[in-house]
Write a protein that binds this ligand. Structure first.
Ligand code: NAP
Length: 327
């Protein structure tokens, strides 16, 4: 698969395979928001040909969606928006809730914040074990029939949970973590997406900045930054990952690419994927066009695997991000 765009079933036309991820733009868990820079970042992404933006109500408790709505109001009809639902929150602490009532409320709230009449892609953010998946899917299907949603997806679901969803409603997309360092989905979710013709929106394609190559042993994060609680960025683990990054950089350089571009290309070469590039400053939207028009060779892929086997034989999965069930 080497095209610049991909068709998400249910959307009127194909979208760019590099999408903008706007979690950091909401501020929460990323050290606070910077709205004017955020709007400029979104505009820069649109100018660079990105036409899919991924957001969620929980990103800044409405703030990311509001910023996306503001940015798109200034440049209407330039991008499709993927948002999510199924997380409620109290005192800025999220918990899972995909009851039909919560789903309907979240769709109405997202439409208002995003300033649109229809949500292009609506995804259940995390499975809620206290609500039967079929009930959530049925409510989403109703909202789709009412014209409030174009396409449906899920995030952080297992194949079994996706099977239950698909018994009730068509599944256009899946959104798991996926990058050079986080590959556990290759055993089940990626094959599932391929088999069922769902597009895989890969989150954290830069492994939260690790694969930009800009970090080193003295990089630290404030307590309000999620990387302060990500085990990959803690002492000994961090040094193994940084050693891998150094060698990956050399592989990328052999192809005349930055590590960041190489890492995004790696995601796009694995199947029907979209990379959700997380950025919050306009200058971070650089090199998107460099991602297209080439592919990793088998030799490149083997070199990546060898580096991982040497430095991170037991990769850490991003389970630290999972929100709690509701009590
Ligand atoms: P990411 O895309 O792997 O990494 C984002 C990080 O990369 C940011 O920390 C940013 O640095 C850095 N970066 C980006 N472009 C850069 C550039 N040109 N130069 C230098 N650094 C650059 O991680 P992510 O934001 O966690 O994930 C991407 C998106 O996936 C999110 O925004 C969200 O839409 C989605 N997501 C979904 C879920 C889910 O449960 N469904 C979970 C996580 C993420 P700074 O820190 O310096 O700004």
């Amino acid at each position: 698969m080497d095209t610049n765009t991909i068709q998400i079933p249910g959307l009127p036309k194909p979208v760019s395979r590099v999408a903008l991820g706007t979690w950091a733009i909401g501020g929460w868990m990323w050290g606070g928001p910077d709205d004017d820079n955020a709007v400029r970042t979104i505009h820069r992404a649109l100018d660079e040909g990105v036409d899919l933006i991924d957001t969620a109500p929980v990103y800044g408790f409405g703030h990311s969606e509001e910023i996306v709505g503001r940015a798109l109001a200034e440049k209407p009809n330039r991008a499709f928006v993927a948002t999510k639902l199924g997380l409620d929150w109290k005192d800025d602490k999220p918990f899972r809730n995909s009851t039909p009532a919560r789903i309907r409320k979240e769709v109405e709230d997202s439409l208002r914040r995003l300033r649109v009449d229809t949500i292009d892609l609506e995804q259940i953010h995390w499975p809620d074990s206290k609500t039967p998946i079929e009930e959530s899917a049925r409510e989403l299907q109703k909202l789709h029939k009412e014209g409030k949603i174009r396409a449906l997806g899920v995030s952080n679901f297992s194949p079994e949970q996706m099977d239950l969803f698909r018994e009730v409603a068509p599944l256009s997309s899946v959104q798991p973590p996926y990058n050079i360092f986080e590959r556990h989905i290759e055993k089940d979710i990626l094959p599932y997406a391929k088999k069922h013709h769902a597009v895989l929106l890969a989150y954290g394609p830069l492994c939260r900045g690790l694969l930009t190559g800009k970090m080193n042993a003295s990089t630290t994060f404030p307590a309000s930054d999620l990387r302060a609680s990500d085990p990959k960025f803690q002492k000994e683990n961090f040094s193994h990952y940084l050693a891998a990054v150094d060698e990956l950089k050399a592989v990328a350089e052999r192809r005349g690419k930055s590590l960041m571009v190489f890492a995004i290309r790696w995601v796009l070469d694995q199947g029907p994927t979209i990379a959700l590039w997380g950025a919050r400053k306009p200058e971070q939207i650089s090199g998107i066009s460099d991602v297209f028009g080439w592919s990793l060779t088998e030799e490149d892929k083997k070199a990546v695997d060898t580096i991982l086997a040497r430095h991170v034989p037991k990769p850490i999965i991003p389970s630290f991000m999972a929100p709690p069930e509701r009590s």
